[in-house]
Design a binder for this molecule. Structure first.
Ligand code: NAD
Length: 445
């Protein structure tokens, strides 16, 4: 569904009108150019605190990616990257203030601000750990200052061994693909599998299963992964089999009409994948439904149906996959949660429960997965423009869109790009992360 308010806010007359009545005027976000995805060319101003340990490595990664690193001022539009890992005391935090006080103004439309620090729990020194924890509050606050320019601010926390795995995360956060990921933390640790580096087609020839692939976010995920070289195996309910078949034919994928709650669904998925290929690179558990009702009016059927689709099926399919070695070394599992599972929502006790439990699935399986060379991560989308959100009443829909630092809803591709990054071999150091793709929605912030 198109966002008329965003269109008006970006017409000459609309801009003036909104300014006159003091209403927010969000700017359209710049997204990946389909013809040249993953390309970086903007300038990056790289700063570092005294004692910072990652800046040199990061600078080399940024240059290798084709962006120009400068150390003084941004000449043109560009991004800010600051290695704050050396900030170890309250007094030293002045370096953080000083860098951003001087340079934040130079971040322009759809610019990126990235701060890199240590994961606090990986530090022995309590003062150093506390100050590094402070970076999150700083990031969330800066994101609220620059969001109206369509700019994003994210934090990368490096855990033990994570310095070797920073290239993929830094490239992704600098890219147009991270347009709607805002005020988030990516924790990077020792890679669990080899990191092949094909930056243009990171998923070339890899088989990826996507549930709920016939429409909405699942369709965008399938198209984006196919753009990155994957062979997509799309799954959706038999009632959607024509849409699913057409969608998969358009991207050279395979289709499997199947209700994921069927008793034999996990075995059928596994058998289908092993018949068509010896290995599966990833599964994206995207299929999900809402059945909104106030709890006292909700029927047991509305609870059970939703929980079985959004959670039970995901757990059963994971068990079936992990009981074999079908997922390859470097394999990936993705859960799709929701900010309703973080903030809760009126009339969504069933949905909020199931989506919070998906966060639980990611947390609970991350160690087991890592020990097998697999990563498990998740996304928690905020307001995304799909048929699901088109069904929301008008005023609530407007609130959902406007109540974020970027002042607009996201597009299905925004969720898809984050998943594409998680699935890339270069994200082998990113495990157990749950990233909100919500433009810093004020819900549950
Ligand atoms: P959608 O309703 O447009 O698409 C969901 C797809 O899942 C449909 O094609 C549907 O047929 C399929 N599906 C449902 N039950 C299934 C089953 N039993 N077996 C197989 N397939 C099944 O929804 P969407 O907006 O694209 O949402 C996709 C995911 O993102 C869901 O998990 C949803 O909870 C989550 N999400 C969406 C938003 C949003 O704003 N749209 C926000 C947060 C989270």
């Amino acid at each position: 569904m198109s966002d008329k308010y965003l269109e008006i806010a970006n017409s000459t007359l609309g801009k003036k009108l909104l300014a006159a009545v003091g209403l927010p005027d969000p700017v359209p976000l710049i997204r990946e150019n389909p013809a040249e995805p993953h390309k970086l060319s903007d300038q990056v101003l790289l700063g570092a605190s005294e004692g910072a340990v990652f800046a040199n490595t990061i600078g080399a990664f940024v240059e290798a990616a084709g962006a120009k690193v400068c150390n003084q001022f941004l000449q043109d539009s560009g991004h800010l990257l600051f290695d704050a890992s050396g900030i170890a005391s309250a007094q030293q935090s002045e370096e953080l203030y000083s860098f951003f006080n001087q340079h934040l103004k130079s971040v322009k439309h759809s610019g990126r601000v990235i701060i890199v620090g240590h994961k606090p729990s990986a530090l022995a020194d309590a003062d150093h750990a506390a100050v590094q924890r402070g970076l999150l509050g700083f990031v969330k606050s800066v994101a609220k200052e620059v969001g109206r320019k369509g700019a994003t601010v994210n934090l990368v926390l490096v855990d033990k061994g994570g310095d070797r795995a920073l290239e993929g995360p830094i490239r992704f956060l600098l890219s147009a693909g991270s347009a709607f990921m805002n005020a988030q933390v990516l924790t990077v640790a020792t890679p669990v599998a080899p990191m092949e580096a094909d930056w243009v087609k990171p998923l070339e020839g890899k088989n990826v299963l996507v549930t709920g692939a016939a429409r909405g976010i699942g369709l965008a995920i399938s198209q984006t992964l196919a753009r990155d070289g994957a062979v997509v195996i799309g799954v959706d309910v038999p009632q959607s089999q024509d849409e699913l078949a057409a969608a998969m034919a358009a991207i050279g994928g395979l289709n499997l009409p199947l209700d994921i709650t069927d008793t034999d669904a996990p075995e059928r998925l596994r058998d289908f994948c092993s018949t068509h290929s010896s290995k599966l690179h990833a599964i994206v558990h995207n299929a999900g439904i809402t059945r909104d009702k106030m709890l006292t009016k909700m029927t047991a059927h509305q609870w059970d149906l939703l929980v079985q689709i959004n959670l039970g099926a995901v757990q059963r399919i994971n068990s079936a996959l992990l009981s074999t070695d079908l997922l390859d070394n470097g394999g990936k599992i993705i859960g799709v949660a929701s900010i309703s599972g973080i903030a809760g929502n009126v009339g969504q006790t069933n949905y909020g429960f199931s989506k919070a439990a998906i966060i639980g699935v990611v947390e609970a399986l991350s160690e087991t997965c890592a020990s097998r060379g697999i990563t498990i991560n998740g996304v928690a989308p905020g307001f995304i423009e799909t048929q699901m959100t088109a069904a929301i009443p008008f005023l609530t829909r407007q609130m959902g869109r406007r109540l974020s630092s970027l002042g607009q809803g996201g597009l299905p591709i925004d969720v898809a790009e984050v998943i594409g990054f998680f699935l890339s071999p270069q994200a082998a150091g990113v495990n157990g992360n749950m990233v909100r793709v919500c433009g810093q929605s004020l819900l549950g912030a």
